[in-house]
Design a protein around this ligand. Sequence first.
Ligand code: FAD
Length: 469
Amino acid sequence: MTSPTDPFRVVVVGAGFAGTATAVQLLRAWRGGPLELTLLERSGRFGPGVAFSTPDAQHLLNVNAAGMSALPDAPRDFLDWLHARDTYAHAGTFAPRVAYGAYLQELLAQTAANAAGEVVFTRSRDEAVRIVDGGATVLTRSGAALPADAVVLAVGVNRPRTPPGAGPELLDHPGYVADPWDHDRIAALADRDRVLIVGSGLTMIDVAMSLCPGDGGPELIALSRRGVLPRAHHAEPPAHVRPFRPPTGPLTADRLAAHVENAALAEVAAGGDWRSVVDGVRPYTQQLWQSLPLGEQARFLARHARRWEIHRHRMAPGVAERLRTLRDEGRLSLRAGSLQRLDPAADGGIDALYKTADGVEALHVDAVVNCTGPDPSPGADGDPLLSNLIADRLGRAGPLGLGLDTDADGQLCDCDGHPSGNLFTLGALRRGQLWETTAVPEIRLQAADLANLLAARGAALCAERAAAA
Ligand SMILES: Cc1cc2nc3c(=O)[nH]c(=O)nc-3n(C[C@H](O)[C@H](O)[C@H](O)COP(=O)(O)OP(=O)(O)OC[C@H]3O[C@@H](n4cnc5c(N)ncnc54)[C@H](O)[C@@H]3O)c2cc1C
């Protein structure tokens, strides 16, 4: 039974960037009758999420300040916020991620304080563990049952998958860190002699920065299949972005990769910067992904994705400089190989075996950090909410097992592929449909679109309830 005074109830699960931006946009867009908006966050930190809650000021944003506004309709919002606190900051500044977390917290608090109309906004430190009643109730770890007209899953990414050859004894080893974003566990490794980091992407770089802040710190060995690092931004952004022209004819993964590579080579040959070509492709990546048949998407992931990612997700210039110093001083080395085994050693350390082009190599270290990147399958890390969602047939894995299956609005599709009606997601869980959907410039647009959709739905529902009374 509903009454004309019943509010439109929205539960947003997760208050990292995606959940926070959705809540902010819904509070700004709401023009209807009564709204009850609940933001659930298990960590109790509303705003920063995993990416922006690092306490380490050496961890910088990998997009400059001009590109990091949370609000697509106010592109200078973050830049102005930053400049008000640091007069040296400018459009090309790569700010500490901790500052961005503070910006998000303030933006949420201010938007909530200014919310117009009959709005009840609740921030709750709790964890959603199951969705029941066909999506109309969210059950939480504390035992609450929250009624919802719409639920937004803004839960971010899984923890990395356990590396190959790591048995259960290794997982309990005090020197093994399964979660590279557990800053206390990373800090506790600073007095070890030798640490193996599995992976050589941006997360490995964060760990290296934290473990070797000054002259000290352990010897670091980063192992990944290709042994390559992400590329760096220039201190000055490219003077122009080269407009992208897609290849003509049927699109395949190989043709697309060759087309972008050739455009970058031509740009460099003409005295330009390959970054302007990569940045020019960015607005088209979702469209290009959707134009590839499923088999070609799989081929792109297997053959070309890593190369694209190291050029597209670049590190800040200051970080690149520090990394160069660590490598020049022999404190960080890169190895190319695939991990075969990780075993606790008799002396309390860890023995690693990895295969290279020349054979199998052994390594003895004091600790291992898993930086292999998030596991893309929903619920793979045992998260109860997503595991239950799939078991209860309210959702299913997205194309190629990436994230969840959604429609064009981010509405979840159930186990038979039918739109759920009231369950939505954004960000990394839409990877199967959009592929590039993990950074602020993509997620802020999704949050604004989703909030507008919910505001329109809520206004219609409130009007319907009032008319039926
Ligand atoms: C280390 C790192 C650095 C990055 N740097 C940049 C950058 O510089 N620029 C950029 O554009 N992008 C960056 N990114 C990409 C970044 O992931 C996105 O920009 C964005 O922060 C993702 O936000 P999210 O809300 O989707 O996920 P998250 O930040 O992971 O937030 C999800 C939140 O949901 C909560 N949660 C999960 N499950 C539940 C549950 N069942 N109940 C309650 N709460 C739950 C979690 O506690 C978490 O706080 C970075 C990513 C990482 C991991």
